[in-house]
Design a protein around this ligand. Structure first.
Ligand SMILES: [Zn+2]
Length: 253
């Protein structure tokens, strides 16, 4: 039984007990039980670390490596800059791509694959409504992205990162049905905020360790800023003892 199912059962039981045995306090007890349940659900939806709906992968099992991941691309300005940098440094990464951008820039997706990086599914449209979809809509969206990547690069992703890291009761089930492993992160760089490139890389540096999965973005971002942040992280990783290199997810077993 999943934590989600256990919590639903516990909430129903608490509600029934409050109404039957709560006496004068039955309404108050029912409100407390419901508030606790809603807080658990909200944490499960919003926190990629919560096991409430299922466990997302947050780390890699490597003592000598970490994993850079880039979301929201491919992007005609930023993705080539990131790929050039990774090639210069001999580093590998994982790109969680958006299906509609894959159809617009298939050559970038092909290049990502040909240069040895991993491709992950990051939904077809990256819509604000993504996490409101039930299983059928979720499945159609993920399949559309799978097909776009397969058409562009000749391989289908084995990884899925939900947009904004949000999940609902169907997210893990649909991912598993499509053979997709759900991937989160252990270090959120906050590169999409107004923080300077130096602040972002310092934040990553403070938490960087073997096995970390670092969340960055190449889609819709300033290419020079992304280049500066990524360069700083790779240099910091090389200076650690022992030095760490970035590997693509799937090459970390
Ligand atoms: Zn995203």
């Amino acid at each position: 039984m999943s934590p989600h199912a256990v919590a639903c059962a516990a909430w129903s039981a608490a509600l029934a007990a409050a109404l039957v045995f709560g006496g004068e306090l039955k309404l108050e007890l029912a409100v407390v039980a419901t508030t606790l349940f809603v807080a658990l659900v909200a944490h499960g939806v919003a926190s990629i670390r919560s096991p409430f709906f299922g466990r997302a992968r947050l780390r890699i099992a490597r003592p000598d490596a970490f994993a850079l991941t880039f979301d929201d691309g491919p992007d005609p300005q930023t993705t080539p800059v990131v790929l050039d940098l990774l090639r210069e440094r001999g580093a590998q990464a994982t790109f969680f791509v958006v299906g509609e951008k894959v159809r617009r820039f298939p050559e970038l997706v092909r290049r990502i694959h040909e240069e040895g990086h991993a491709l992950g599914n990051h939904s077809d449209r990256h819509s604000w409504a993504h996490n409101f979809r039930l299983a059928g809509g979720l499945r159609r969206d993920l399949v559309a992205c799978q097909e776009a990547v397969e058409q562009a690069a000749g391989v289908a992703p084995r990884l899925f990162r939900p947009p904004v890291g949000l999940r609902n009761p169907a997210t893990h089930r649909v991912s598993a049905e499509l053979g997709l492993e759900l991937v989160g992160w252990s270090i959120r760089s906050l590169d999409t905020t107004r923080r300077s490139a130096a602040e972002v890389s310092a934040r990553v540096h403070a938490a960087l360790e073997a096995g970390a999965i670092v969340l960055l973005h190449d889609g819709g971002r300033d290419s020079e800023r992304t280049r500066a942040i990524t360069t700083a992280i790779l240099e910091q990783a090389e200076r650690l003892v022992p030095p760490l290199r970035s590997v693509a997810l799937g090459q970390d077993a």
